[in-house]
Design a binder for this molecule. Structure first.
Ligand SMILES: Cc1ncc(CO)c(N)n1
Length: 222
């Protein structure tokens, strides 16, 4: 079994909860309150700047030119492709630059990105890819899952989000990262594999916490 199949088996009890999550179901059937989506978009926008820095560790630690290109292209795609989804929604919802500057990352958001950055600083290219993969792959799967029903992608508000993640650029970048993960782990020991699996499973849990945070919104004591 290749590494990504083993990762999936190790995390599927968490991933199954994404599909039935009220936030994700609400984007699918169009019932999600815009105020919840607004909070998610702002937190996710801040998240993406930190997530891009995880790839930047990959740039500095790359041991060949192809890997260097994969990580540097990913940074460009996050900052200039994926963020277009966020910017477009911000314009639609009426969120200004100043609103964005006033947003503080929620504790879950900080914890998740700090964990990814810490593992990336400590580890090598395989650890960095394992940390990235739960994010990239889960959004690729959620986008595709929601896009299975044509009605969802045609929704006048949430359709753009679903199309963005189900679309060619995001999907093919994710496949590139999955292939990279498998290539990097072809000859590793079981102990090394286990270390990477732990990172992947932890990031999968952080993903679920991010959806919970988006659903529950700003806590009263924030
Ligand atoms: C929290 C989170 N995870 C993954 C992605 C996909 O890049 C995203 N935009 N946000």
């Amino acid at each position: 079994m290749n590494t990504t199949d083993r990762f999936y088996n190790a995390a599927c009890h968490i991933w199954e909860q994404y599909y039935s999550h009220p936030f994700i179901k609400g984007m699918g059937d169009g019932s999600l309150e815009i105020s919840k989506f607004r909070y998610f978009m702002l937190q996710d926008y801040l998240y993406l700047f930190e997530y891009a820095k995880v790839f930047a560790f990959g740039v500095t630690k790359a041991h060949d030119h192809e890997i260097l290109r994969i990580f540097s292209k990913s940074i460009d795609d996050i900052l200039n492709e994926e963020m277009e989804i966020h910017k477009s929604y911000m314009a639609r919802i009426g969120i200004s630059e100043r609103d964005i500057l006033n947003v503080k990352p929620a504790l879950n958001n900080i914890s998740y990105t700090s964990y990814m950055l810490a593992e990336s600083e400590r580890g090598g290219i395989a650890d960095i890819t394992a940390a990235i993969l739960a994010c990239s792959w889960s959004y690729a799967k959620i986008g595709k899952y929601l896009a299975e029903d044509k009605k969802n992608t045609e929704h006048e508000f949430f359709g753009q989000w679903i199309d963005g993640y189900a679309g060619e650029v995001f999907q093919s970048n994710n496949i590139m990262l999955m292939n990279l993960m498998n290539r990097l782990t072809e000859n590793i020991s079981e102990a090394e594999y286990k270390r990477l699996e732990t990172i992947f499973v932890n990031c999968s849990k952080y993903e679920l916490e991010f959806w919970n945070m988006a659903w529950e919104g700003e806590p009263d004591n924030a």
